[in-house]
Design a protein around this ligand. Structure first.
Ligand SMILES: [Cu+2]
Length: 401
């Protein structure tokens, strides 16, 4: 597979905030995260006006940032993920999926060209998270799934983050330190030169913490090779190719692309959904659109979060959900979209933008909100418009704080 691509954005301009009557934030508010927290609060107040159906004020879920969840509850979350990793696969014919956990990875692999750089990106991943939440519930974790606020970890050593500090209430450690070169990634061949980053601190196997010793089996499909602009891929990613989970935590990359300023500006400076999506994922088709000016050339928060985890399979766009940290990162992606939607629910809860294919290649018709999306064969298809409001209970019933 030859898309030398990958993942997402942020930066600076104006417009949306004033139209929505939002408070004026100082640069300090934006950089410190207090503006983002305030936006989340406003979004929550707006969202709470839209309760309906089976979602009740007495039992909706509140998705929280990982470090604000008590350690005991985090340990239960980890135990449920480990339970899912021991449950049998429903795809017995696929050699490389050895568990129910890896089934979601195989599904993601197969849908990559439909659910990235397309109108399906945000709703499909929202339903993926919901599916995962249901599966963890069946494994005993009844709480809401957590998210990872990147902004808390952009100023220091990522391996000290409560997400990765290797305690039993974390998602395990960085990969073992193996000296290596930095990233030299060709994200958009023919359009930009390779993007170069300094090396992360790990790159070896994760040996400590809850997912120390975890094995991964599918792929790789598009795994960055250190110090080059080439990628490793196997001919048949469906086969069982046993290797250790690797990470290469990269604080520089996270700081550059997923700091509070990037995330907040993404929300404040994207007035329309097409620009919001393009900025989130660095969709270079928008490079000449004046509305995209604040975001040109920035790889964005989606890319920043994925690649700052790095390693195998987190650094492989097709297979990245083989690392449990994926779900916290995409929880934050869903939260950022959710905040953006609920700052202006009258205009932002009912639309999708784009087609059914990666960068519309090959060209496909526009997606509509009346279409259904499917994630897992054991879970019913869902109509897109039914997951735009997360407080209908059919099937979603959550907010973020
Ligand atoms: Cu994805």
């Amino acid at each position: 597979m030859h898309i030398k691509s990958v993942i997402c954005v942020s930066a600076a301009l104006a417009g949306a905030a004033s139209a929505l009557n939002l408070p004026k934030f100082s640069q300090h508010d934006i950089d410190s995260g207090s503006a983002l927290a305030a936006l989340n609060k406003i979004a929550t107040q707006n969202a709470m006006k839209a309760f309906k159906g089976k979602c009740k004020k007495s039992d909706y879920k509140v998705r929280q940032e990982w470090r604000t969840i008590p350690p005991g509850q985090r340990r239960k979350y980890v135990a449920a993920v480990q339970c899912l990793q021991k449950k049998p696969s429903v795809f017995q014919e696929v050699e490389g999926t050895t568990s129910a956990y890896e089934d979601l990875q195989w599904i993601h692999l197969n849908r990559t060209f439909e659910v990235h750089f397309s109108a399906l990106f945000l709703p499909w991943h929202r339903y993926l998270l919901h599916t995962y939440e249901q599966q963890l519930a069946a494994c005993g974790y009844k709480g809401p799934i957590p998210y990872w606020e990147w902004g808390f970890d952009t100023e220091g050593d990522l391996s000290k983050s409560p997400v990765f500090d290797d305690s039993d209430a974390s998602l395990g450690a960085d990969g073992d330190r193996v000296p290596h070169e930095g990233y030299n990634m060709t994200l958009w061949p023919d359009q930009y030169p390779a993007v170069t980053y300094p090396p992360g601190n790990g790159s070896g196997c994760v040996t400590k913490g809850p997912f120390g010793g975890l094995e991964t089996h599918l792929g790789p499909v598009l795994l960055t090779d250190w110090g080059t602009s080439t990628y490793t891929s196997v001919e048949n990613p469906n086969l069982k190719n046993t290797r250790c989970l690797k990470r290469d935590l990269n604080s520089v990359l996270l700081h550059k692309h997923a700091n509070f300023r990037n995330t907040t500006n993404l929300i404040l400076q994207s007035n329309e959904l097409d620009i919001f999506q393009a900025a989130l994922a660095n969709d270079v088709r928008f490079d000449n659109d004046p509305r995209f000016a604040p975001f040109v050339g920035d790889q964005g928060v989606h890319f920043g979060g994925h690649m700052s985890i790095g390693g195998d399979p987190a650094g492989d766009v097709f297979l990245s959900n083989g690392d449990p940290a994926f779900y916290l990162h995409h929880g934050q992606i869903d939260r950022v979209w959710w905040i953006w939607q609920n700052l202006d629910p009258a205009n932002r809860l009912f639309n999708v933008s784009g087609t059914h294919t990666f960068l519309n290649s090959p060209p496909t018709p526009d997606v509509t909100v009346d279409e259904s999306i499917v994630v897992h064969p054991d879970f019913p298809p869902v109509v897109i418009k039914d997951i735009m409001n997360t407080l209908t209970g059919d099937p979603l019933c959550y907010v973020y704080i």
